[in-house]
Design a protein around this ligand. Structure first.
Ligand code: GTP
Ligand code: MG
Length: 211
């Protein structure tokens, strides 16, 4: 699959005000500064579709982008667990994220981003556990692979897999990416394409509709 066009639609804090329609939706989440917005720009080949920043806490809203004339949606979410934000704002962001994840029916897969340089962190493990408890479909995306050697990337990913297998019977899909080097783009778009096809099949649609 290729992304032919990507359009910013709307930003809001209220899941009830998110766009209507039944286009499959893929949301990107993870700690602040992990590279969510950069990855969205890499996938869509746009420099500044999603706003990025070196300072953590840039994305504070649920941001909707429409892909290929409404075929599917990308959602850029705020980062979780950002200490410098202060307790009140952190709780508010947490509430926005969690209500979006639990109530958004169009959410087809949540991509949880993890910085490949870091060892598993409690805030991420807690978040993944919460997804499991709530039956949220998700996949893991390791980011910033350009910042380590190939060997170090494999070692860190293997370590992560082992840690996850202590708690989980099976692993979700795992992707290794670099927005800087455009690594992992085809694999991710391929996964989204396959998932979209599965959704269409589930909805009983055929490829050639009434035209
Ligand atoms: P918040 O919206 O604040 O939660 O952050 P975010 O997860 O959207 O991160 P963002 O995409 O804004 O990127 C944060 C910083 O990491 C920026 O300085 C990016 O340039 C940098 N960055 C993101 N992805 C990569 C990558 O693959 N490689 C490298 N080297 N830097 C990256
Ligand atoms: Mg962001």
């Amino acid at each position: 699959m290729e992304i032919n066009n990507a359009k910013y639609v709307i930003s809001n804090v209220d899941v009830d005000k998110c766009p209507q329609g039944n286009a499959p939706e893929y949301a990107f989440i993870g700690r602040s500064n992990v590279g969510k917005s950069s990855l969205i720009n890499m996938l869509t080949r746009r420099k500044a579709l999603a706003k990025t920043s070196q300072i953590p806490g840039k994305t504070l809203l649920i941001n909707h982008f429409s892909i290929n004339d409404g075929e599917w949606n990308i959602v850029d979410l705020p980062g979780y667990g950002f200490a410098a934000r202060g307790k009140k704002q952190r709780e508010e962001i947490d509430r926005i994220i969690r209500s979006y994840i639990l109530r958004r029916e169009q959410l087809t897969c949540l991509f949880v981003l993890l910085d490949v340089r870091h060892k598993p962190q409690k805030v991420d493990m807690d978040f993944l556990r919460w997804l499991g408890e709530n039956g949220v479909p998700f996949a893991i995306i390791f980011t910033k692979a350009d910042k380590l050697s190939k060997t170090a990337v494999s070692a860190n990913v293997d370590f992560y897999r082992k840690e996850l297998l202590k708690e989980w019977e099976e692993l979700p899909p795992v992707f290794i990416t670099s927005s800087e080097k455009k690594t992992g783009r085809e694999e991710l778009l391929g996964f989204i394409d396959d998932t979209n096809a599965a959704v269409r099949e589930q909805c009983g649609e055929t490829e050639d509709s009434e035209n």
